[in-house]
Design a protein around this ligand. Structure first.
Ligand code: 5GP
Ligand code: ZN
Length: 114
């Protein structure tokens, strides 16, 4: 997708502070961090949101979760704990229409919606 910010980060035309990259996934620091650790875990394939997952592309969810575990280790928040959030659609607060998971930690995250 030529006008997608995260596709541009994946192709390297927009710079990012990378935490991890493999064939399927890129993880980088959020530009506007909401916690001391705030990393976005993003599949390289352009999938608009959780709602765009289907039988053909659902395998990427496993890759995302494997990457989340690696990111937590790299950022040294794996033992203390962290939060993973995927906003979906307008009412879910999604602002970038390319599937991504927020990994938040490095402090005690008190504000909870559920
Ligand atoms: P959403 O609101 O869609 O769940 O999350 C989008 C996230 O992407 C936001 O937390 C926002 O700060 C982050 N973001 C938007 N543009 C950029 C960018 O160009 N670089 C980085 N690193 N993060 C971005
Ligand atoms: Zn994209």
């Amino acid at each position: 997708m030529s006008d997608c910010i995260f596709c541009k980060i994946i192709e390297g035309s927009i710079p990012s502070k990378k935490v991890l990259e493999n064939d399927d996934i890129i993880a980088f620091h959020d530009i506007n961090p909401a916690a001391p650790v705030h990393v976005l875990v993003v599949p390289k394939v352009h999938i608009e949101s959780l709602e765009a997952l289907n039988e053909q592309n659902i395998d990427v969810v496993v890759k995302i979760h494997q990457a989340i575990l690696q990111v937590a280790k790299i950022m040294k928040i794996n033992s203390k704990g962290y939060r993973v959030i995927a906003n979906c659609g307008k009412e879910g607060g999604q602002t970038v229409p390319h599937l991504h998971y927020h990994v938040l930690g490095g402090t005690c995250l008190n504000e909870k919606l559920i």
